[in-house]
Ligand binder design. Structure first.
Ligand code: TYD
Length: 138
């Protein structure tokens, strides 16, 4: 599967570094929502879902964590360990987040407001869903 990551431009000077994220500039969708996870407890693995239409960019703005991506045919694991690295997740991708460092803050930019009906939270249902989508596309 194709994994899309971004190296965001850093505006650095002797005061430190600033990164700006803007819709349709360095983020490929309109940003309707931002949320972040922190204080993640040791050994925690979360996510375990896909979205029917949501697009997201994940940035580990502090510390590090790993993201498992699964399109129903293959899997990839991506390490997010720099605040200037963004991971794009399209719709119809199963994701799990794990190996959070002590100080990890995982920020997510999302293309839509929170909508539970956009979630697929069963892995079996996800596999069936992407299979059906592929059949309809062909
Ligand atoms: P959850 O979906 O369990 O997180 P993850 O799948 O990333 O492990 O979300 C945790 C809680 O936060 C759950 O009660 C739903 C709520 N929530 C919101 O209210 N708004 C949001 O934008 C998100 C992502 C979650």
């Amino acid at each position: 599967m194709k994994v899309t990551t971004y190296e965001f431009e850093e505006h650095g000077d002797d005061r430190g570094i600033l990164i700006a994220l803007e819709e349709y500039k360095n983020v490929p969708f309109n940003i309707r929502r931002c949320y972040y996870m922190y204080n993640t407890q040791p050994g925690v693995r979360r996510g375990f879902h896909a979205h029917k239409s949501l697009e997201q960019i994940l940035v580990c703005v502090s510390g590090s964590c790993k993201i498992l991506l699964d399109d129903g045919q293959s899997k990839e694991t991506v390490l997010l360990d720099r605040p200037n690295k963004g991971l794009y997740i399209a719709h119809n991708i199963w994701r799990e987040m794990f190996d959070f460092s002590d100080n990890a803050v995982l920020m997510v930019l999302a293309s839509k407001l929170y909508d539970e009906s956009d979630y697929i939270r069963s892995y079996d249902e996800f596999l069936q869903y992407v299979q059906t989508q592929r059949t309809e596309e062909n």
